[in-house]
Design a protein around this ligand. Structure first.
Ligand SMILES: C[S@@+](CC[C@H](N)C(=O)[O-])C[C@H]1O[C@@H](n2cnc3c(N)ncnc32)[C@H](O)[C@@H]1O
Length: 186
């Protein structure tokens, strides 16, 4: 479904997973990679417990300008949702020093698929993932993130599964969302 040209709405199944992951596991510090126009940002923010904080990274300035409006119109101030306008590989290494983060409870990856693996490894290196941190990565089967999937299979750092679905807006194309639970270094 498309509203106003480029504000895409994620479909219900995906939204349900987001709501489940956000609500059921009560994350306190959340990172979103790829806000686009803020739809998933607002869906996640709505599912967070009081006092939780969501950092959303979007590198495209035009998308970010729309996302900022959507997030604020939805009623979230920047104590709850902070939109960071820069590429993820520049922001992730600064999350500790510039944003005082100590741990990420939940990470939603929905940016360019080629960034999934390097960004996951950067998150591991940052020390911000703790035992039980959840990473949800969208569209891992189509367009697909094969290197990312190969890595999580081999690394031994995660318990993981794929939630299978069809691609949003295209019923025939099979897709999936990977859910990873960080187990830490054994
Ligand atoms: C599929 S859209 C995100 C959709 C959004 N999560 C939603 O469901 O409403 C991908 C977005 O990620 C942004 N993006 C891609 N690679 C990025 C990166 N490395 N760092 C920050 N933003 C990135 C793009 O500019 C684009 O707006």
């Amino acid at each position: 479904m498309t509203v106003g040209g480029d504000l895409q709405l994620v479909p219900t199944a995906r939204s349900r997973i987001l709501r489940w992951a956000g609500g059921g596991h009560s994350p306190l510090t959340v990172l979103e990679l790829g806000a686009h126009c803020g739809y998933s940002t607002v869906r996640i923010a709505r599912s967070l417990p009081l006092g939780a904080r969501l950092y959303s990274i979007e590198m495209d300035q035009r998308n970010a300008a729309i996302a900022e409006k959507v997030i604020r119109l939805a009623g979230f101030d920047d104590d709850t949702v902070e939109l960071i306008v820069n590429p993820s590989d520049e922001v992730i290494p600064q999350l500790r020093s510039d944003y005082n983060l100590e741990r990420l409870d939940f990470v939603f990856m929905d940016h360019w698929k080629k960034c999934y693996l390097p960004d996951l490894q950067m998150l591991e290196g940052s020390g911000l993932l703790g035992k039980g941190s959840i990473i949800l990565a969208d569209n891992v089967l189509f367009p697909g993130a094969p290197k990312f999937l190969r890595y999580i299979r081999k690394s031994g750092l995660y318990e993981w599964k794929i939630h299978r679905a069809t691609l949003e807006y295209s019923k025939g194309i099979r897709d999936g969302m990977a859910e990873l639970v960080y187990q830490g270094i054994k």
